[in-house]
Design a protein around this ligand. Structure first.
Ligand code: ADP
Ligand code: ASP
Ligand code: MG
Length: 417
């Protein structure tokens, strides 16, 4: 059994002592898609301010505008220069924030929009998937002290070499959590286009249930397994800094899902938190190279390796589809025999209760067998079983596992008084 090692997260130092009553509210792309939705977000931020909170809003780019900007770059250049790509795609979040600030001012509250750099988000120098290394929160504190609502452009920062960087797809989640940690906010609210974290992607399994609570470790596995509702790194940050996350709907009131420390009551009724899937990984098979050499080179090329399996002198590993060019570059340079498969998807069953319940693996394999699906690769951690299956089988496998583990029942929600 292999334990998933998630990366350690840097300490974020705030320049000043935390203040009580700070809330960080993050709104995703669908939530700010268009003027009416932006005005709705402005109203939510104003309401939080009028309740007496110090309010920080972190916004994503409007709708699909990040995708549109990336597509535009590729129309101009076959391999856009990473520095320039970051200059381009960091713009989407600035548009949302400045528009929201205008709308808030019209509602009678003062607001100021800040770029990631102005907000003090300092990152390493890796363009398009930079990591936050420090948050210098002084400017935000000053604006909050003045009673302003502060809007921070998500997904971006300034590198230690003074360049504009972005944090990887979904990176506004990480901006929000890092700010919550640095500002000493007790809670970080993630407003999105679904009502919370579900037992499976509700777009694939309509009878999926909204979870009341998920542990940090489960959410890490779910995010790594493709539940894109939270960026993986935001969950690492939240866990390491004890920031409680509340994932909820922008378009409806009512409670969403809490991501928090494990509480026995969560697992009493439902040991499985969900079934996740991703079709965004490439699986490589490599021969004739020492693992130490291969993975050192992949790391140096910023390839985010997920699954690793070694048997005999063969090594199998997976990495995001977006890292394919970098991975191929490494394999080419090493001059080794390799092949890549992009016809596999990963289906993962996640649950902290798995640790103490034998038989989960047996039931998983029996369920897949009934569908005539034989997983190509299986990897596990104490709270996860992940199976790589043919792309065409992914959705069937997710639905069948959801059904087999009875995740459509009310108990799966983990609601407790
Ligand atoms: P935002 O733009 O608000 O950041 P995202 O598109 O990044 O929103 O993430 C929300 C989407 O994540 C949902 O619309 C849903 O389709 C998808 N998703 C995948 N798995 C899950 C899950 N287990 N629970 C909730 N949403 C999920
Ligand atoms: N706009 C960025 C993206 O689409 C960041 C985010 O939405 O979190 O990935
Ligand atoms: Mg997102």
């Amino acid at each position: 059994m292999n334990v998933t090692e998630f990366e350690s997260v840097p300490a974020v130092s705030s320049d000043e002592a935390p203040r009580v009553g700070t809330v960080v509210m993050k709104f995703g792309g669908t939530s700010v898609a268009g003027p009416e939705r932006l005005k709705n977000v402005a109203r939510r931020l104003v309401a939080a301010r009028e309740e007496g909170n110090r309010v920080v809003g972190v916004l994503s780019a409007m709708g699909d505008s990040t995708d549109d900007l990336i597509a535009l770059a590729h129309e101009v250049s076959a391999a856009p220069h990473p520095r320039e790509l970051d200059m381009l795609i960091s713009v989407g979040e600035r548009i949302s924030c400045s528009l929201a600030a205008m709308a808030i001012n019209d509602l009678g509250q003062e607001a100021i929009s800040l770029t990631g750099s102005q907000a003090g988000i300092v990152t390493d120098t890796t363009h398009t998937k930079a990591k936050i290394v420090e948050v210098r929160a002084r400017r935000i504190h000053e604006a909050l002290d003045d009673g302003k609502i502060v809007l921070v452009a998500g997904f971006q920062g300034v590198s230690t070499a003074f360049e504009v960087t972005t944090l990887g797809r979904g990176g506004s989640d990480t901006t929000a959590v890092a700010l919550a940690a640095a500002l000493g906010a007790g809670i970080c609210e993630i407003y999105t286009d679904v009502e919370g974290v579900f037992t499976a992607d509700p777009r694939i399994v309509p009878q999926a249930r909204k979870l009341h609570a998920v542990t940090y470790d489960e959410m890490l596995e779910m995010a790594a397994g493709g539940a894109r509702v939270l960026q993986l790194r935001s969950v690492e940050f939240a866990r390491n800094h004890g920031v409680r996350l509340h994932v909820r709907s922008t378009f409806a009131d009512g409670p969403g899902t809490w991501i928090t420390e494990e509480d026995e009551r969560m697992l009493e009724k439902a040991m499985i938190s969900g079934v996740t899937h991703t079709t965004e990984e490439t699986v490589y098979r490599v021969g004739g190279v020492a693992a130490a050499t291969l993975f050192a080179e992949l790391a140096a090329a910023q390839v985010n390796v997920d699954t690793i399996l070694q048997s005999g002198d063969g090594i199998v590993f997976s990495a995001p589809v977006g890292d394919r060019a970098a991975a191929e570059g490494v394999l080419g340079r090493l001059g080794v025999d390799w092949s890549a498969r992009d016809d596999l998807g990963k289906v993962s069953l996640v649950g902290a209760g798995m640790r103490s319940h034998p038989g989960i693996a047996a039931k998983t394999f029996a369920t897949l067998e009934r569908l005539g699906i034989e997983p190509e690769i299986v990897t596990t951690s104490p709270i996860k079983i992940a199976c790589y299956v043919g792309l065409d089988d992914v959705e069937r496998a997710v639905a069948a596992l959801h059904d087999a583990f009875e995740l459509d029942r009310p108990e799966a929600e983990r609601a407790h008084a």
